[in-house]
Design a protein around this ligand. Structure first.
Ligand code: ZN
Length: 123
């Protein structure tokens, strides 16, 4: 099973999809370390420096004693998928920022309220 576009030496080692069990002490091949992290993706997307192929990186972890689970996976994704992932991450970050602003605005209001109530108490 060969990919239509012949993969470079890095992608050839990594394949379409690669899954390792960290608990079993499995490791990604060294080629994984050569992948570059795509900016704005929290490290979720890695790019092959040789051919530009993008990979989604995922780690699923569960430290339940009866169901220890720590599996990492990379799989190839298209450029379109990468763009939509970056979009959704940016939206998530924007959402977090606006939540921060709301909290800051509220605490500022509380401070003002406390300051003004103190003024009323102090003659
Ligand atoms: Zn490649």
């Amino acid at each position: 099973m060969k990919n239509i576009k012949s993969p470079c030496e890095i992608c050839d080692k990594l394949g379409e999809r690669l899954r390792i069990d960290n608990i079993e002490g499995e490791h990604f091949p060294d080629e994984f370390k050569k992948l570059e992290t795509v900016p704005d993706t929290d490290g979720d997307i890695r790019r092959c420096p040789l051919c530009g192929q993008t990979y989604a990186y995922d780690n699923r972890f569960d430290n339940d004693v009866y169901n220890l689970y720590d599996v990492s996976e990379i799989h190839r994704v298209s450029e379109d998928t990468v763009n939509s992932i970056i979009d959704s991450i940016k939206k998530r970050i924007d959402g977090l920022h606006s939540a921060d602003l709301v909290i800051n605005a509220k605490s500022l209001q509380n401070k003002k309220a406390r300051a003004s109530s103190r003024k009323k108490i102090v003659p």
